[in-house]
Design a protein around this ligand. Structure first.
Ligand code: NAI
Length: 644
């Protein structure tokens, strides 16, 4: 077995170094080695104190994900942490990178914590549907108070070293060599009386109003873990240490076996796998720094913002000067919104705007490494754009289309060096939505495909590879989802009941409310376009509404009525009248049955998509739905959810 730990002696201080790449996760071997180290060093009279540090890029970043789906194995982490805390010699955690979850709990068992200035600490268990399982909710409030414990464990967001020092989670920040400073710190610490062990520190219980307010903040519909974290912290500060540990462990094990946690684990693994596709291993992506965007409308402006935020320079091309100015105004408006929300400084906005150029001249794209087209959804318009790009761009510049429905192979037809062409399907608003469908054409080179995945990472997007079909993965499933929802209406289920059921399932909006917000006309025009080419596209309920002028909120009504200036949907008598002839029956379904039907329809389409090779794996479909269509993360996506 490979060694996961070394012990070195520097005078009276032993330095225990965990070396378990890539992130020093707390595997069974590491836990075992830690318990052994405590025993060995306790027995060594020459050792006065112990520094625990990690090799590689980080301190212990958490539990070992490979053990996530297995039953817990001994030694259990709470026992490891207790062994460190009860050691005869004081342990000092020397934290660099991140001390997360179980890693931070190990640090909590130490008598002192020293962090590198760039380090962070956190309890992210909640993001996996769990509560900390090895004293995170019990020792943190004893070390740094209830408020800090709540902040750390309920949000799951890590805290940077400086904030952690101020909060009392760490004792010192090292400016120089972390381990050396930790050794000096340990040498000095043993000369003085030691502070109490974390478990022995007093904790002040807080009043009822604090908990009421915290519960309100923590509550997230459909998620159990955030409230359990809170409840566990409360139990921990109102009860003795041992009872609190038992309570935390019980809830941790219960949640570990929950559907919510299984779904969140599934998404966690899916995201990791999607970001680094096996098939692209060893293929070097092309370097990107200058990006061109064609079209400064809804999508182009959002894509430009995403690119600017990622540090690229952007050249925006529009049809005429007025459209250039409009596009630049839209981009500036989005950035100004970020300033307003405190996400960007005013100086930052000015700097980003200085990296943006706008023109009608395609010649300006000569230096671009990547050009993304987001012009009207018209094959002739798009082809004309790529013809020009073929003339002005470097032969190795990556050329991408953001088309939603057109066949990228047809767009690329006639393009010289088609190996540089690819579909990059962003979602609206493109600077916000995480999903990026990556759609290669048969000629697309491996390097260009690898570049698309690397680009997604730089832009902070979730890449999913999709094959070519109408609507790729996401919009194809959306179409099926909407059709299934309309089918329920035809069977007599009330529109408002369907929306409420899907909200209850975890979507922010039901299918009809969402259409009213986005507008019914886009899908309608698309169907009309298909009808114009002679395709037999059946009349949908949505078509009936659009023909009656009901295009959604923007026309004062779609599936619902709206009062001017109010987005609250009101059940519409006119809609009932318009659809009367198409409604046959008065089916009554529970919210669960409605959700099951609609999620089932999505999964059915997903299975067809897999069978055709449009998606590579079921988990990719789940990611598309979660990151592009608001599918609730804690349900794991339609494919996971329909597996039962
Ligand atoms: P839009 O109508 O808001 O913007 C298109 C822009 O392209 C306009 O500003 C127009 O002036 C400009 N344009 C047209 N022809 C041009 C040319 N030859 N050269 C330079 N600029 C030109 O449309 P939107 O919504 O931004 O859509 C753009 C593309 O993105 C379409 O292919 C669409 O299917 C796709 N898409 C749209 C999504 C959406 O939610 N709106 C989502 C994902 C993809």
């Amino acid at each position: 077995m490979k060694t996961v730990m070394t012990i070195e002696h520097r005078g009276a201080i032993a330095v225990v170094t965990i070396d378990n790449p890539p992130v020093n996760a707390l595997s069974n071997a590491v836990r075992g080695a830690l318990v052994e180290a405590v025993e060995t060093l306790d027995a060594d009279d020459a050792v006065k104190a112990v520094v625990i540090a990690c090799a590689g890029r980080t301190f212990i970043a958490g539990a070992d994900v490979r053990e996530f789906n297995l039953p817990p194995q001994e030694p259990l982490l709470p026992d490891v942490v207790a062994a460190i805390e009860d050691a005869k010699k004081p342990w000092v955690a020397a934290i660099h990178g991140s001390a997360l979850g179980g890693g931070f709990e190990v640090a909590l068992g130490c008598r002192f914590r020293i962090a590198d200035a760039k380090a962070s600490v956190g309890l992210p268990e909640v993001t996996l549907g769990l509560i900390p399982g090895a004293s995170g909710t019990v020792r943190t409030p004893r070390l740094a108070g209830v408020e800090t414990a709540v902040k750390l464990a309920v949000s799951g967001r890590p805290m940077k070293a400086k904030a952690a020092l101020e909060a009392g989670l760490v004792d010192a920040i090292a400016d120089g060599d972390l381990v050396e400073e930790a050794v000096v710190f340990a040498e000095q610490a043993v000369e003085k009386p030691l502070p109490p062990k974390t478990r022995e520190r007093p904790v002040t219980a807080l009043a009822e109003d604090f908990w009421a307010a915290a519960e309100k903040d923590a509550a997230k519909p459909g998620y159990r873990a955030p409230l359990e974290v809170l409840a566990s912290i409360r139990f921990a500060v109102e009860n003795p240490f041992d009872a609190a540990m038992e309570h935390e462990r019980k809830i941790f094990l219960e949640l570990r076996a929950s559907k919510e946690a299984a779904a969140l684990r599934h998404v966690f693994f899916a995201e990791r796998a999607a970001a680094r596709p096996e098939s692209l291993k060893g293929i070097e992506p092309l370097a990107i720094s200058a990006v061109g965007v064609i079209g400064g409308g809804t999508m182009g402006a959002g894509i430009a913002v995403a690119a600017l935020n990622a540090g690229f320079s952007v050249t925006l091309i529009e049809r005429d000067e007025e459209a250039v100015a409009r596009g630049i105004r839209t981009i500036d408006g989005i950035l100004a919104g970020s300033v307003k929300r405190g996400k960007l400084t005013e100086a930052g906005r000015v700097e980003l705007m200085a990296s943006l150029g706008g023109t009608t001249e395609y010649r300006a794209l000569g230096d671009c490494d990547l050009v993304i087209e987001a012009v009207f959804e018209e094959i002739s318009v798009k082809r004309a754009v790529f013809e020009k790009l073929g003339q002005v761009c470097r032969a190795d510049a990556v050329l991408a289309t953001n088309t939603s429905y057109l066949d990228p192979r047809l767009i690329a037809e006639g393009l010289a060096n088609p190996e540089r062409f690819i579909g990059l399907h962003f979602f609206s608003p493109a600077h916000v939505m995480k999903l990026l469908e990556i759609v290669p054409v048969p000629q697309t080179s491996g390097a260009v495909l690898a570049t698309a995945f690397a680009l997604a990472k730089t832009l902070g997007k979730m890449p999913v590879r999709a094959g070519i079909c109408e609507g790729f993965i996401g919009n194809r499933i959306l179409k099926r989802y909407r059709a299934a929802a309309e089918e329920l209406v035809e069977q007599g289920v009330a529109i408002a009941d369907i929306d409420a059921a899907m909200r209850g399932y975890g979507f922010k909006m039901g299918p009809f409310e969402a259409q009213d917000l986005g507008g019914l006309d886009i899908a309608f025009l698309q169907r009309e376009g298909a009808r114009a080419t002679g395709e037999a596209v059946p009349e949908t309920l949505g078509d009936i509404l659009v023909r009656a002028g009901r295009k959604g909120q923007k026309t004062g009504g779609g599936w619902y009525d709206y009062e001017p200036g109010n987005r609250k949907p009101i059940v519409s008598e006119q809609v009932t009248d318009l659809l009367r002839d198409r409604i046959d029956g008065d089916t009554s379904l529970t919210a669960e049955e409605i959700a099951e039907r609609l999620v089932g329809a999505m999964a059915d389409e997903g299975r067809a998509i897999l069978a055709e090779g449009i998606a590579e794996k079921p988990a990719d479909i789940d990611l598309v739905e979660i990151h592009g269509y608001g599918f609730p993360r804690h349900k794991g996506g339609p494919m996971f959810a329909s597996e039962g």
